[in-house]
Design a protein around this ligand. Structure first.
Ligand code: ADP
Ligand code: MG
Length: 244
């Protein structure tokens, strides 16, 4: 049974009603078994409001990618719950999870993960083709205009700079109009200048489109542009602050 994402209203910090889109409860993740086991997340509780940009920071190995992969339905081998609307992602069957992932969630990774044999345009429209969605050229060109890659669509990934490749990957993540965009160190493989440009375009276009965005990053400047900063250490959330 596929349940669309309902919007629960919750009272926000300043007495404003906000809408929770995603709720993580008592999330615990253990890799491996016995003496070799690693507890990567320890009873994590956190909720995300729609249309907000959240940054997750923390040292390497603190559990950031583990959390993002679980939220995005790339892994469901954990205890607790991850509620996207009425669906607990940890309890869904593989095909339902894949369907929610395609429709509701976009991913941007550190190493772009573009398909080298496809042009930029083909890479971008692939998720829509997989989801058998009709794409109109206007929405595609609006998106590629926003991300400043419209003049690069017939290029192959190897003919693009790192920053351009990542902007193609962002367009691919957004093309199916997901509610939630998850970005795991999206500028980690870029030089400072192109990282800054990619991040500004990412944040500006997501604000315009009203997306819920969660970005894992080391960059303190990005954290300043976010609505909220969550710090993870050793599998636990140690601070959670809202930017004024
Ligand atoms: P971060 O993204 O913050 O660097 P991760 O979520 O990747 O951290 O890792 C959290 C912890 O889980 C680390 O101790 C890491 O070594 C461990 N870990 C991550 N992935 C695996 C895996 N596939 N198998 C075993 N341990 C893992
Ligand atoms: Mg990581």
């Amino acid at each position: 049974k596929f349940v669309p994402v309902p919007k629960f209203a919750v009272l926000g910090g300043k007495g404003i009603y906000m809408t929770t889109i995603l709720k993580v409860e008592n999330l615990t993740k253990v890799y491996g078994q016995g003496e070799a086991s690693v507890t990567a997340l320890k009873q994590v509780n956190v909720a995300f409001e729609s249309n907000k940009i959240t940054v997750i920071v923390g040292t390497s190995g603190s559990g950031k990618s583990t959390l993002l992969n679980l939220i995005g339905g790339l892994d469901k081998n954990a205890t607790g719950s991850i509620l996207l609307g009425e669906n607990n992602l940890l309890k869904l069957g593989d095909s339902e999870l894949a369907r929610i992932r395609t429709r509701k969630i976009g991913f941007v990774f550190q190493f772009f993960k573009l398909i080298p044999e496809l042009t930029a345009k083909e890479n971008i429209i692939l998720p829509a083709m997989i989801d058998k969605r009709k794409l109109d050229d206007t929405s595609l060109s609006e998106l590629t205009d926003k991300l400043k890659i419209s003049d690069r669509l017939s290029h192959y990934p190897s003919q693009l700079s790192g920053g351009q490749q990542q902007r193609v990957a962002i367009a691919r993540a957004i093309i199916n109009e997901p509610d939630i965009l998850l970005c795991d160190e999206p500028t980690g493989n870029l030089d400072v200048a192109s990282g800054k440009e990619v991040m500004e375009l990412l944040i500006d276009s997501c604000r315009q489109m009203g997306k819920t965005v969660i970005i894992v990053t080391h960059d303190a400047n990005i954290a300043k542009k976010a609505d909220r900063i969550i710090r993870i250490e050793d599998g636990s959330i140690i601070s959670d602050t809202v930017n004024e």
